[in-house]
Design a binder for this molecule. Structure first.
Ligand code: PLP
Length: 374
C-alpha cells in the first residue's frame, strides 16, 4: 500500500469529461413480470410477428465464417435499402441500431457550448447523445403531446446546431404533418442540422405524413434515421440506418467505427428489407389492432392519445401518478409488461405496444378488471 492509493479520492482518479455524469442512463423497458414470468412483453415497441422467415437462412451463412471481418461499409445492405426505398446507396449510412447513427450525428456536429433542441416528450436517446457530445440540450414544450414547431423555433439561438424530432414520436405516438416539418425546415437557419427520426415511419398510414426522405434528399441540412428494430423485428441484432446529404454521410463515415455492424446484422437486414410481404402483414396487423386497442381502452374509461405508431400512450386520471403505478403493478403481477413513462415527463401514463391478438385482449381485460375492482 503506498500513499497514492490512500488518496484515491474522487478528485484523484480518471474523470469523465464535463457533462457525462449529468446524463441519466437510458432505462430500457422491463422484460419480466413481478413473479419473474412474462406472458406478454409490450414494453419496448417490439413487433409481435417475429421477423421475416428469410432472415434465419441468410444469417446461417455468415455464422459459418465468424472469423472473417464484416464489410464495414455495409455495401450490400445499403444497396438493398436503396433498392427498396428508392434511394442512392452512397447517401445511406448503417449503424448498430439507429441509436448509433444518432450518436454519430451528435458526435460529428456538436461540441461543448453548442445547443441542440428536442421536444418535451421526445425520445430520451437525444438527450443522451447531445450530452455525451458535450453539448447542451434545450427542451421545447409540446402542445397536446405533439411537437410544437413554433416552440422549437423560439428556442433557436446562435449556439443551436441541431434539432432532433422523432416523427412519429415515442412515447406519445403523435406525428408532425409534412407541412409542419417543411415549415420548421424553412424557418431554421441553414447551418442547423434537422434530424428526422422515422423509427416508426413504416407503420404510418396518413396522407399528410412524410418520413423525411424528401427533405433529406433535397436539402443540405436534413438527415433522416430509420431502424430495423421495430417493423422488421430485428431489435436484437442492432440494425439502423440514416439517409441524407453526401457531405453529412462523409462526415459520419470519418467517425464511424470501421466495423460498426456485424456481418450477421448486415445479412439479416438485407433479407428483412427485401421481404415486403412481411412488412405488409405487419402493417395490416397494426392497422387492425391499433384502433381496436384504442377504442377498447377508451370504452373502459381511459384516455388514449391518438397514435400512428405500433403503440399507444394510455392516461390514468390522477395527479401524482399513483393510479398509473398501481395499474402497471397490477399488470406486472399478471405477467403483462408495459412501459411507465415518468422519465418522459408523463407520470400518469403508461405506454402499451400493440401486441398479438391474445396480448391485446389480455391487457384490455386486465385493465377493465383493474378499473372496476379498485
Ligand atoms: C425504437 C426507437 C429507435 C430505434 O432504436 P434502435 O437503436 O434502432 O433500436 C429510434 N428512435 C425512436 C424514437 C425509437 O422509439
Amino acid at each position: 500500500m503506498n500513499e497514492m492509493s490512500k488518496v484515491n479520492e474522487a478528485g484523484n482518479r480518471p474523470q469523465p469529461k464535463a457533462g457525462v455524469l449529468d446524463i441519466a442512463a437510458y432505462v430500457p423497458g422491463k422484460s419480466k413480470g413481478s413473479h419473474g414470468k412474462t406472458v406478454h412483453k409490450l414494453s419496448s415497441n417490439e413487433t409481435p410477428l417475429g421477423t421475416s422467415a428469410t432472415v434465419s437462412p441468410a444469417v446461417d451463412h455468415v455464422i459459418r465464417n465468424l472469423e472473417l471481418y464484416p464489410d464495414g461499409a455495409a455495401t450490400e445492405l445499403r444497396e438493398a435499402i436503396g433498392d427498396i426505398y428508392g434511394l442512392n446507396p452512397d447517401r445511406i449510412i448503417c449503424g448498430a441500431g439507429s441509436d448509433e447513427v444518432l450518436s454519430m450525428l451528435a458526435n460529428a456536429y456538436l461540441a461543448p457550448g453548442d445547443e441542440a433542441i428536442y421536444s418535451e416528450h421526445g425520445f430520451l436517446v437525444y438527450d443522451i447523445a447531445i450530452r455525451a457530445a458535450g453539448a447542451t440540450p434545450v427542451v421545447a414544450p409540446e402542445t397536446d403531446l405533439s411537437t410544437d414547431v413554433d416552440a422549437i423555433l423560439e428556442r433557436v439561438t446562435d449556439r443551436t446546431k441541431m434539432v432532433f424530432i422523432a416523427n412519429p414520436n415515442n412515447p406519445t405516438g403523435t406525428y408532425l404533418p409534412y407541412e409542419e416539418v417543411k415549415r420548421l425546415h424553412e424557418s431554421l437557419p441553414a447551418h442547423v442540422l434537422l434530424v428526422l427520426d422515422a423509427a416508426y415511419g413504416e407503420y404510418v398510414r396518413r396522407n399528410d405524413y412524410e418520413s423525411g426522405i424528401e427533405l433529406a434528399a433535397t436539402s443540405e441540412n436534413v438527415f433522416m434515421t430509420r431502424t430495423f428494430s421495430k417493423i422488421y423485428g430485428l431489435a436484437n441484432l442492432r440494425v439502423g440506418w440514416g439517409f441524407g446529404p453526401a457531405h453529412i454521410i462523409d462526415a459520419l463515415n470519418r467517425i464511424r467505427g470501421p466495423f460498426n455492424m456485424s456481418g450477421v446484422a448486415i445479412a439479416a437486414g438485407i433479407a428483412a428489407v427485401r421481404d415486403r410481404d412481411f412488412v405488409a402483414k405487419s402493417v395490416d396487423h397494426n392497422e387492425k389492432w391499433l384502433p381496436w386497442v384504442t377504442n377498447e381502452l377508451e370504452e373502459i374509461g381511459l384516455k388514449v392519445t391518438p397514435s400512428v405508431g405500433n403503440f399507444v400512450l394510455v392516461h390514468f386520471p390522477d395527479q401524482d401518478g399513483q393510479r398509473a403505478k398501481d395499474a402497471d403493478a397490477y399488470l406486472l403481477e399478471r405477467g403483462c409488461v408495459l412501459r411507465m413513462v415518468g422519465n418522459y415527463g408523463l407520470p400518469n401514463a403508461i405506454r402499451m405496444t400493440i401486441g398479438s391478438e391474445e396480448a391485446n385482449r389480455t391487457v384490455v381485460a386486465h385493465l377493465r378488471d383493474f378499473l372496476t375492482n379498485r
